[in-house]
Design a protein around this ligand. Structure first.
Ligand code: IPE
Ligand code: IPE
Ligand code: MG
Length: 232
């Protein structure tokens, strides 16, 4: 039996504290976090995870200082301009969960380009939760369902869990087997509220930039040792 989780989701928390701890700015912490993200993508390809969801920006994060928000919006541009050719070579497919329409134009364009260019790839799916809110996702799903009922596309008696899932950003993805949060806080912070109903939750104290390969593997093994040996 295959013990490798199909879908791993990560709340990448602790970048700001990491910056402070190292006498650097919060933005430098976010940059360090983006390097760790690259490593975790690489590890995920290596061990055969099918979907890696990374919580990159929540709708609540708009409340942060303008300078930090601007930096967080510029990071995907830098990231994809640099990494997209490699993602193509490695057959990685990029998806976004979240409200992409209301992102600054430059950020939106680079995300749309990454989704389009990688759309035929069949390897690891990296799903970025960007401008994401689990609650808004459900509100939007409710609104769409009501619309489709009005237009006779579905009937109320047809509405079940599977149907509702078709209205979520994650409609094409399996539910996460495991949700990891770095940075020591034991909170979900509006992340994949519906999808993580049955997931294993794993809270680790290390700050995200320090959450490199050995800690990632340790976290996966820690969750799975209760079930069966994880052979990686
Ligand atoms: C990263 O960590 C999360 C993002 C919004 C990108 P934080 O920026 O929340 O870092 P801490 O929790 O303040 O240390
Ligand atoms: C969760 O971290 C959001 C992301 C990782 C993008 P936050 O630091 O924004 O969450 P809170 O403020 O601790 O709930
Ligand atoms: Mg935080």
């Amino acid at each position: 039996m295959n013990t490798i989780p199909k879908h791993v989701a990560i709340i990448m928390d602790g970048n700001g504290r990491w910056g402070k701890l190292h006498g650097r700015s919060r933005s430098e912490g976010h940059y360090a976090g983006s390097k760790t993200m690259e490593e975790l993508i690489d590890v995920s390809v290596g061990i055969g995870i099918e979907v890696l969801t990374l919580y990159a920006f929540s709708t609540e994060n708009w409340k942060r200082p303008k300078e930090e928000v601007n930096y967080l919006m510029s990071l995907p541009v830098k990231f994809f301009n640099q990494k997209l050719p490699e993602f193509m070579k490695r057959n990685i497919k990029i998806l976004i969960s979240g409200d992409i329409e209301n992102l600054p134009k430059g950020t939106r364009n680079v995300l749309v380009k990454a989704i389009e260019e990688t759309s035929d790839n069949t390897g690891l799916i990296v799903n970025f939760a960007m401008n994401y809110s689990g609650r808004s996702e459900m509100v939007q799903a409710a609104a769409h369902i009501i619309q489709d009922v009005k237009e006779n596309k579905i009937s109320i008696d047809q509405l079940d869990e599977k149907t509702l899932e078709n209205y979520l950003y994650t409609r094409t993805l399996p539910d996460p087997d495991i949700v990891i949060r770095t940075g020591g806080e034991k909170r979900i912070s509006n992340f994949l509220m519906w999808q993580s109903s049955m997931s294993e939750l794993c809270f680790v104290d290390e700050l995200f930039p320090d959450f490199k390969k050995p800690l990632f593997i340790k976290a996966l093994k820690g969750v799975y040792h209760r079930k069966q040996a994880l052979n990686i």
